[in-house]
Design a protein around this ligand. Structure first.
Ligand SMILES: Cc1cc2nc3c(=O)[nH]c(=O)nc-3n(C[C@H](O)[C@H](O)[C@H](O)COP(=O)(O)OP(=O)(O)OC[C@H]3O[C@@H](n4cnc5c(N)ncnc54)[C@H](O)[C@@H]3O)c2cc1C
Length: 459
């Protein structure tokens, strides 16, 4: 078997790790042009204030082993403890070291088992059919034979919604923040477009550098991410892949009301009021974001499990359940997109406290935007691409796969393999939900892909 893995970020690490756990032999080539091998867009070198957004149990790149990352972190975790969360939250660059360690270990194990593993520092431009398999072509005009291809190319780059590219003081892509904030003087008036997790990264990093100027978060919804609560030692028993699969088998379909029923059962077991829980969720879009942030910081220790269940299962059960829903149920969920994204991609408490302090001091303001806004010395784009957007770096490659009939574009975005030799992991996977893929989601997909590669089934 000759496997070509296109892209060398977290998804590729998860795939190598899962392949190393099984049998088989042949060659594996990982194509990654960036010097930040294994780190992808999020986990390269940056400021120490750019933290992972998720507690350790949800940052394991090994599917099914929640403690894998925490075990690697070990004692170092105590240097990065978020006192409100009671768990370590490390700089994203340090998490990148974990990915690099895991990849190197997997490559060593694979080599011992007889695999030939090679890194090709080149950009893949095409995958085409050859007489006896597939051909992977790179920008430097090299060709590599493959029997299988796994696309791990990540998500798109930030869209310039207001056509500001080229304007003085405008930054279209904020990462790495170490470079972006080097251009910002401490007294500058800074406008950040967006109010999601990237905007939070920018605000927190400005604060860490002692910024004194006004900071405005400009957003159409004015909704901030929710705040993570302290993890509790309780795993969902109803909202699980197994329960959803059983419903699917029994009924031949799964509805949104079925999923709501599972959540309702989860809360009932814990003695929690479902109506109160949903009323709190639905007020996200209308409540004053500052009041809400204050209330959520006060609720970090609240033992109720409702939000915790949603936040965990949206990334583990969600991608599977989404594909089983009817289009009308998906449309029903999409109507609550801002609320859903805010709940399932929350900010870490240490960052929430920084935002609260700046909001209380009047240095940070949240403004609604309707397409026009006042000029500012610095404008930083913190708008993320929609999941399933094709990354610019992968556009020729995607076109070649579609032209060769090896994959098709999904009507709602992303790529769907049309040949059992082609696999897609991560945001590019066609037909996914509006939630960006996270480490547990990518790890689960990588594990399924490794299984499919071993057994010859489609991924
Ligand atoms: C800023 C940011 C912060 C995040 N923080 C978290 C977090 O804390 N926790 C969490 O769970 N999730 C987080 N995420 C979600 C994130 O998408 C996943 O955690 C993970 O990085 C996805 O891995 P990936 O391998 O799919 O993509 P990436 O990590 O982006 O890697 C894709 C790789 O593919 C390469 N590539 C693209 N096109 C080609 C080509 N044509 N040829 C060869 N190589 C190519 C790129 O160079 C890149 O290295 C974050 C996302 C972002 C953008």
């Amino acid at each position: 078997m000759d496997i070509a893995i296109v892209g060398g970020g977290a998804a590729a690490v998860g795939l190598l790790d899962a392949l190393a756990a099984g049998d088989g032999a042949g060659t594996i080539r990982v194509f990654e042009p960036s010097p930040q091998l294994w780190r992808g867009r999020p986990y390269g070198p940056d400021l120490d204030s750019v933290l992972v957004n998720v507690p350790p149990a949800l940052m394991s790149i090994r599917h099914g082993d929640f403690g894998h990352y925490a075990a690697w972190l070990g004692e170092r975790g105590s240097e990065h403890l978020d006192p409100l969360l009671g768990k370590p939250l490390v700089p994203r660059a340090l998490y990148g070291d974990y990915l690099a360690f895991t990849a190197e270990k997997a490559m060593a194990v694979l080599s011992e088992r007889g695999w030939l593993v090679e890194i090709v520092a080149a950009h893949v431009t095409e995958v085409v059919r050859s007489q006896d398999g597939l051909l992977v072509r790179t920008q430097d005009a090299q060709e590599h034979r493959a029997t299988h291809v796994a696309l791990c190319v990540g998500g798109g780059t930030p869209p310039d919604l207001y056509g500001l590219a080229g304007q003085p003081g405008f930054v279209v892509d904020p990462y790495p923040l170490a470079d972006t904030l080097d251009r910002v003087a401490t007294g500058n008036d800074v406008t950040i477009i967006g109010s999601g997790l990237t905007a939070v990264d920018v605000v927190v990093s400005l604060a860490a550098r002692g910024h004194r100027g006004r900071i405005a978060l400009l957003s159409r919804s004015g909704v901030l991410p929710h705040v993570w609560q302290r993890p509790v030692d309780r795993r969902p028993e109803h909202v699980t892949v197994e329960r959803v699969a059983a419903l699917h088998q029994a009924q031949g379909n799964v509805t949104l009301d079925d999923l709501i029923g599972l959540l309702r059962a989860e809360l009932a077991d814990a003695g929690e009021d479902f109506a109160e829980f949903t009323a709190e969720l639905f007020s996200t879009a209308t409540e004053d974001p500052v009041q809400r942030l204050r209330r959520q910081i006060a609720a970090i220790d609240d033992p109720r499990i409702g939000r915790r269940v949603l936040q965990q299962t949206a990334h583990t059960v969600g991608p599977y359940a989404w594909r089983l829903l009817s289009e009308s149920d998906r449309a029903r969920l999409r109507r609550h997109l801002r609320t859903a994204v805010s709940v399932v991609s929350p900010m870490v408490p240490v960052n929430a406290s920084v935002l609260m302090r700046l909001l209380d001091a009047g240095q940070l303001v949240i403004e609604r935007v309707d397409g026009r806004f006042a000029a500012s010395e610095i404008v930083i784009n913190a708008v993320n691409p929609s999941p399933q957007a094709v990354p610019t770096a992968a556009q020729p490659l995607v076109r070649s796969l579609v032209d060769a009939g090896l994959a098709t574009l999904h009507p709602s975005g992303g790529l769907v393999p049309a040949d059992p030799r082609v696999h897609v992991i991560g945001d590019l996977t066609g037909g996914g939900s509006f939630v960006t893929s996270s480490i547990p989601g990518v790890a689960a997909q990588a594990s399924r892909t490794a299984q499919a590669l071993r057994t010859g089934r489609t991924g």
